[in-house]
Design a protein around this ligand. Sequence first.
Ligand SMILES: Nc1ncnc2c1ncn2[C@@H]1O[C@H](COP(=O)(O)OP(=O)(O)O)[C@@H](O)[C@H]1O
Ligand SMILES: [Mg+2]
Length: 286
Amino acid sequence: MNPTTPVEDTVSDQSPHAFSGREPVLQARGLVKRYGRVTALAGADLELYPGEILAVIGDNGAGKSSLIKALSGALTPDEGEILLDGLPVRLRTPIAARDAGIETVHQSLAVSPSLDIATNLFLGREPLRPGLLGSVFRMLDRPRMRAEAARHLDALGIMTIQNPGQAVETLSGGQRQAVAVARAAAFGDKVVIMDEPTAALGVRESRAVLDLILRVRDNGSPVILISHNMPHVFEIADRVHVQRLGRRVAVLDPRACSMTDAVAVMTGALDPVELPEEAHAPGAVR
Ligand SMILES: Nc1ncnc2c1ncn2[C@@H]1O[C@H](COP(=O)(O)OP(=O)(O)O)[C@@H](O)[C@H]1O
Ligand SMILES: [Mg+2]
């Protein structure tokens, strides 16, 4: 994958098939998930391409969280398959998904407040001290954690966080969310998934997290962004996946489709076939 190639360059001819020669990084095909008589996923598809931010929008109950849980190993679908770099994968647990390079930032305050920033970044995969101190005494390599934490925060331009040894509880909501995003960006070599990352944040903090998401993409990890905030979606998404009644009903081009039309498709007020051709994003399967 070439992380420096903007999606726009490769689709400049606006051909609906411009994506067809590119392989999705992550793909879901026909996912089904039932909870008793409730069908949360009714044959859901998704494709995430290299170098893009794919927004997932949908009404409450549309199956957004279920879809994201299936892609992050938190839920096992009853039917369907998930492909990573074109190969079928079984993401049986969140750890299996993380090991495969899929990192998920769950909704708001996805960090442990009483721990410091560096510890939060490495939670669950702390490096051990070299030699016997690590292998026998299981001592954590704190200097390395702090140095690497500083490097990751710096790579994302989080300049306001000065000291990776600072407790997360002393940070603002936006800074905490920045730590969660930095963690995902540091370890999500293939895919970063964010569920409503700005839902609990103020205007300025949201701005910082949106900039961070753009930087994560530009640093090479494609991003799936679940959001209810249409201005945020339309500002940063390259394509907009619309989920409705457990399935994808459209993939829209935010540069060519209005927010009003996107919301109308989302609620079922507008059939996506009524939209002009250019409102549909390249690579959309219809
Ligand atoms: N653990 C569960 N048990 C029973 N029903 C569930 C469960 N999780 C989700 N559902 C149902 O599945 C449907 C889709 O839910 P969800 O994926 O959370 O949608 P969204 O995130 O788009 O709001 C809803 O009708 C919801 O009530
Ligand atoms: Mg949800």
